[in-house]
Ligand binder design. Sequence first.
Ligand code: F6P
Length: 528
Amino acid sequence: MAITNTPTWQTLATHAASLRQRHLRELFAADEQRFSRFSRRQDGLVLDYSKQRIDADTHRLLLDLAAAADIDGWRRKMLAGETINHTEGRAVHHIALRAGDAAPAEVRAVLERMRDCCENIHGGIWRGWTGQRITDVVNIGIGGSDLGPRMAARALAAWQQPDLRVHFVANVDGADIAPLLARLDPRTTLFIIASKTFTTQETLINAGTARAWLLAAAGDADDAVAKHFIAISTARERTRQFGIADANVFEFWDWVGGRFSLWSAIGLSLALAVGWRQFAALLAGARSMDEHFASAPAADNLPLTLALLSLWNTHFLGARSAAVLPYSQSLEKLPAYLQQLEMESNGKQTDRAGQPLSGVPCPIVWGEPGTNGQHSFYQLLHQGGQIVACDFIALAASDFPLAGHHRPLLANCLAQSAALAFGQTAAEVRAAGVAEALLPYKLFPGNQPSTTLVLPALNAHTLGQLLALYEHKTFCLGVLWNINSFDQWGVELGKTLAGRIEPLLAAAGDDSAFDASTRGLLTLLRQS
Ligand code: F6P
């Protein structure tokens, strides 16, 4: 039965109608214990969801909803690596990648090869075709083969290895790779071609450009590609066709979804950037969250809580937009990473049985680090008349402790979540002595729902926890809506059309299958 047809859903709908009339000011005034009631601690993390527009009944009903969706059953299946990606006939088992000693032998074997590779490159044992050591690594990949390591390498910049720079290229736009190659030395540059399928257009074009650039410098040195190219892929035949020796191929498996693949060999560029110990700590942090997700009761389960709140906000409060607001410059790439994780997983219209959904499962995810966003879009959050669910992320201790910086950063984070929740009334504006003519402009309605997640510090362990938290949240939200969070058919149509359009950009041809707009633009942009 669709979740929207369950008796609990109907009860929640009635409950929501009355709760929508209540302001967060009122909810806080009614419950002295609100912070302790609606916050949880887990292995150093603190999740404060007391500024969500819920009360004890909401919480209880949402938990009933989770039970009705059989969260326990689906979680068991996911943790056991069952074939729950039914439209692609694939198992889902990314948690096996970070299972430590309990990981399958094939996973441990690849992790060992990755560690050796890091040691060889950091230790100067791996040399280029001229015998020089590697100074620059370029990860070429897109989507899940880019966003995870790119985001995490940025997040863990405090652990950046000396003498090795790691770069990321994703876009097929030459403006991505060209300026980078212009400042690199082919004799000391190593390329990692990261692609699960090894068919992705952007990645193969960029990889071809990189190979041509290398060979233009290396001439007929026949070991140039072997010494400067690594592939990470599930598609051994295709990596061979590209000319990458098997010894330089790090495999992963079709039971690892692209957006869940940071923990696999896809993380090699990250491990090179920050060192093997940090990569191992990242896996351990994720494992800690996996264990929590597997065993914590529903009422204390952090990923499930985030998923239930997302459903509540999106469906019952009408928040179609969810902002990720890390008060950490190091987490600046987190919103982009979560966009793929959440929107590619749950941006769906069909349930597992192929039936249309009767609600919107995934809000639009976006965000920027604080405090920068405060000087940009926060105006809309405060007075724009739209409900936006906000996830604040704060670090108790700074990863770059510079005198005079961290306290103002934290003060701004707390100030914003309080201002969004409680706003500013006419009485308060008047009490501040504001002229009556300006009063309407100075009102802040408040009642904007938010969660604040506090990390004790940003390091590889807490980053692993944070990312696994959002992974499992994404999974739970998919279960609540009975959708398959592990396929992404919505990306296919554009790829197919691009394949048909590209020849028409090179030369005029039969474009009658296309609409007048596309034909007009083709004529305008044709490059002959
Ligand atoms: O186009 C979407 C997608 O398939 C993502 O799911 C994936 O992360 C990305 O493309 C890259 O795919 P690949 O790793 O196979 O190159």
